[in-house]
Ligand binder design. Structure first.
Ligand code: GDR
Length: 332
């Protein structure tokens, strides 16, 4: 049985990946931080066969311990401080976990190694945020980086460290440069889920408006559930490499709002959206759009969920969720 270790298993990508790997017959270990991590329950409920092990990206001894304990064939490093907005408020923590955490994982792999016949394969969750103030459009694996946040800077460090450990020590290390990938599992602090959640509550009369920051930025939005397959495909190749994973289309926050509100029959949403300076960033990434040709040609990976379908999926999921909560509270 192939063994996989996932850091960041409590996040949406971690859970989709765990489900995917369990479906492929893997023995899956999920690393969680802290003895009473409240998010562990979500993983136990969604993917019960995942075995949870305790470790911290800020502590290399714990990572070496986890590698020795789980003896993984494949390691997926999805753990990070992943909210760009927060990274401006906690830049040092972000550099430590999102950046140095990658170095610690690779050091643990270098030290523990796996067997000669079967060395550990490593996947690093890199990000389109590394492109920041983009030097060309669309962005490819060859586009230079110009990060615009402490998060982006830390991800560049993680990416470069991954490439360096591949070149210096021959570790099978891949970096997946994933553009925004959304789902009903997204945390409420991220803009797409914040909108779908608010739209559902507006439809049910539970709130009147939503406070947002910059509506003009554009992103390349895909569905997280199918992006995890690309991570796995990278580790099944003969040679380690880096890949952009994206849809090749870009839409603004305004366009997301148009589709989300039209789903509940609201064509003019101006009165439902309040602009709030608290959600503006000190430096913004204005436009991202990825070119995933290499992933298509070498991995045979292609996105399947169009933007309109993604928005519909998220809004419908939140409407159902909010309606259930409302029903539960009236019964009580
Ligand atoms: P992003 O996602 O920064 O692209 O990073 P996020 O959803 O936070 O922001 C996207 C864009 O929306 C604008 N925006 C707001 N954002 C939030 N969160 N809240 C608001 O109220 C709001 N109003 C406008 C932002 O300014 C930004 O332009 C995500 C994360 O998942 C990263 O971890 C990942 O690496 C990248 O995607 C790819």
């Amino acid at each position: 049985m192939t063994r996989a270790l996932i850091t960041g298993v409590t996040g949406p990508d971690g859970m989709y990946l765990a489900e995917f790997l369990v479906g492929k017959g893997y023995e899956v270990y999920g690393m969680i931080r802290g003895q009473n991590n409240p998010l562990a329950e979500n993983v136990r409920r969604s993917v019960p066969s995942v075995e949870l092990v305790e470790g911290d990206l800020g502590d290399i001894s714990s990572l070496i311990g986890v590698m020795e304990q789980t003896q993984p064939d494949e390691v997926y490093n999805l753990g990070a401080i992943s909210f760009v907005g927060l990274s401006f408020k906690q830049p040092e923590l972000t550099a430590n976990i999102t950046g140095l955490g990658v170095l610690r994982m690779l050091e643990a792999i270098r030290i523990v190694g796996g067997s000669d016949a079967n060395p550990i394969r490593f996947y690093q969750a890199s990000s389109s945020e590394m492109f920041g103030r983009v030097r060309e459009t669309p962005q490819t694996e060859m586009t230079p980086f110009h990060p615009r946040s402490p998060y982006g800077v830390a991800k560049v460090f993680g990416h470069n460290t991954t490439v360096n450990y591949r070149e210096a020590y021959g570790i099978f290390a891949c970096s997946g440069i994933l553009f925004n990938h959304e789902s009903p599992r997204r945390g409420l602090e991220f803009v797409t889920r914040k909108i779908s959640h608010a739209v559902a509550r507006i439809k049910l009369g539970l709130q009147d408006s939503v406070a947002l920051g910059n509506l003009e930025s554009s992103r390349d939005w895909g569905f997280a559930g199918e992006y995890v397959e690309a991570m796995w495909l990278m580790l099944q190749q003969d040679e380690p490499d880096d890949y952009v994973i994206a849809t090749g289309e870009t839409y603004s926050i305004r366009e997301f709002l148009d589709l989300a509100f039209s789903h509940i029959g609201v064509e003019d949403w101006a009165s439902c959206v309040v602009q709030d300076a608290r959600y503006m960033r000190p430096a913004e990434v204005d436009l991202l759009v990825g070119d995933a040709t290499k992933a298509k040609e070498k991995l045979g990976w292609e996105p399947r969920t169009p933007f309109s379908e993604l928005v519909r999926m998220m809004v419908e999921s939140d409407i159902e969720d909010q309606a259930n909560k409302l029903e539960e509270s009236t019964i009580r």
